[in-house]
Design a protein around this ligand. Structure first.
Ligand SMILES: C[S@@+](CC[C@H](N)C(=O)[O-])C[C@H]1O[C@@H](n2cnc3c(N)ncnc32)[C@H](O)[C@@H]1O
Length: 354
C-alpha cells in the first residue's frame, strides 16, 4: 500500500517521497528525525566487516553507546528495536541495551545453511562447529510508570491503582462486564498477566474513577490531572501483526552476487573486494524479505522506521514498499549513492528486485 507525502520536515520538501537518507553520521541525524515506531540496527559486528567496524567485538559497547543513548531518548513507549549481529556481538551489547530500558523479547536466527561454510574456514574455525548463523534480536521499550511509591511495571501499576482506589479486586470483573476473567487476567501479578486491550482498560479506568475513593482521584492518570484514555493506552503497546507459519529461525542462504542490489545508474561505483566470491557493492546487505517480515509484523502503514546504519538501506526499502516512512543514515558516500537509487526505485515501485 503506497504511502504518499507526509508532513515530516525531512521529507516534506520532496513531494511523493516517503524516505529520507542522511549522508553522514546517524548521530547527527536522530534529532531531526520523527520519533520511530521501529529501529532497525545493523551496525558494527566486531568483525571488520565495513570501514569503521572494529576487528573484534571487545569494544562494541563503546561503539554502540552513543547510539543507544539517542534511541532511548527518542523512542516512544511502543518503539521496538531489532538488533542484528553475531551471537557474541549481541551478547556483548545486550547488557547496555538492558540497562538503557530495552526489554529482550526474542532472538531471530538467520540460518544461512551449509553452503555458507565454503571458503569460511581457517585454522581456528576448523576446530569448532561451522558457524552459519547471524541473529536479529527483538527488544521492546520497557513500559514503566512513575508513582509516589516508586517506578512500577504496567502489571504492578494496574493493580496498584485499583487498590489505591479502595476497590476489591473482584470488582474488576464488574467493570469489564465479564464473569471472572478481568481480575484474573489484568490484576494478577503472576506470569498469566495480560495487557488489557484498550476497550477493557477504558472500562477499568472509568470504573475506578467513578466508584473509587474520591480523595485519591484521578486513578490511572499519566499527568496526575486526567484519567488515561483508551487511545493513550493503545499507544503504549508495540504493534504486532502475526504472520502464520513463521518461527524465529529463518533459513535462507546469504545473498549471492546476482541477488545483491547493484543499482542502475551507479554500476561503476567502487566495489568491495571479497576474495573468492563475486564482487558485491556491499557485503553486509541483508535479504530484503527478512526486513519486510519485521517491518510488516511490528509497524503499521504510515509508521516511522529508523535505519541508522543504512548500507544499501534494505530495511528502508522494505519499509517504503510497505507504505511506512523510512529514515536512514549512511556515512560512506558510494553506499549512500546506491542506497538513494534503491529507495527511489522502492518509492516508484518500478523494480521488484530491490
Ligand atoms: C552492516 S552494514 C548495513 C547493511 C544494511 N543492513 C543492508 O542491508 O544494506 C552497516 C553500514 O552502516 C554504516 N555506518 C556505520 N556507522 C555509521 C554511522 N554512525 N552513521 C551512518 N552510517 C554508519 C557503514 O558504512 C555500513 O555501510
Amino acid at each position: 500500500m503506497p504511502v504518499k507525502p507526509t508532513r515530516d520536515p525531512a521529507i516534506a520538501d520532496k513531494p511523493g517521497q516517503c524516505w529520507s537518507l542522511h549522508r553522514g553520521d546517524a548521530l547527527d541525524a536522530y534529532v531531526d528525525w520523527p520519533r520511530p515506531a521501529l529501529i532497525m540496527s545493523d551496525g558494527a559486528y566486531g568483525v571488520g566487516g565495513f570501514p569503521g567496524d572494529p576487528r573484534t567485538p571487545d569494544d562494541l559497547v563503546g561503539w554502540y553507546a552513543p547510539h543507544v543513548e539517542c534511541w532511548s531518548k527518542y523512542a516512544l513507549a511502543a518503539t521496538t528495536l531489532w538488533f542484528w549481529n553475531t551471537e557474541i556481538g549481541w551478547a556483548t551489547v545486550h547488557p547496555l541495551l538492558a540497562a538503557s530500558g530495552w526489554d529482550y523479547v526474542q532472538t531471530v536466527v538467520w540460518d544461512k545453511g551449509v553452503s555458507h561454510i565454503a571458503g569460511n574456514v581457517n585454522g581456528d574455525t576448523i576446530r569448532q562447529f561451522p558457524v552459519t548463523t547471524e541473529v536479529c534480536v527483538f527488544y521492546r521499550r520497557r513500559l514503566e510508570f512513575e508513582t509516589p511509591e516508586g517506578i512500577m511495571s504496567a502489571k504492578q501499576w494496574l493493580r496498584h491503582e485499583w487498590q489505591r482506589a479502595g476497590l476489591p479486586l473482584h470488582r474488576a470483573n464488574e467493570a469489564c462486564g465479564v464473569a471472572n476473567a478481568a481480575t484474573r487476567k489484568y490484576l494478577t501479578q503472576d506470569w498469566l498477566w495480560y495487557f488489557p486491550p484498550p476497550e477493557m482498560m477504558e472500562r477499568l479506568v472509568a470504573f475506578a474513577n467513578r466508584h473509587g475513593d474520591p480523595h485519591g482521584a484521578p486513578y490511572y492518570s499519566i499527568d496526575g490531572a486526567s484519567p488515561l484514555t483508551a487511545a493513550e493506552w493503545s499507544r503504549m503497546r508495540d504493534v504486532w501483526t502475526h504472520a502464520h507459519g513463521l518461527t524465529n529461525v529463518w533459513a535462507q542462504p546469504a545473498l549471492h552476487g546476482s541477488e545483491r542490489y547493484k543499482g542502475n545508474g551507479v554500476r561503476s561505483a567502487p566495489r568491495v573486494h571479497n576474495p573468492g566470491r563475486q564482487a558485491a557493492v556491499h557485503l553486509n546487505q541483508k535479504p530484503i524479505e527478512f526486513m519486510r517480515r519485521i517491518v510488516a509484523a511490528a509497524t503499521r502503514p504510515g509508521d516511522v522506521v529508523w535505519e541508522p546504519f543504512g548500507g544499501l538501506c534494505s530495511a528502508s526499502a522494505a519499509a517504503v514498499t510497505l507504505g511506512r516512512r523510512a529514515y536512514a543514515a549512511e556515512q560512506v558516500e558510494h553506499f549512500a549513492d546506491i542506497a538513494e537509487q534503491r529507495l527511489a526505485e522502492a518509492t516508484t515501485g518500478e523494480h521488484d528486485d530491490l
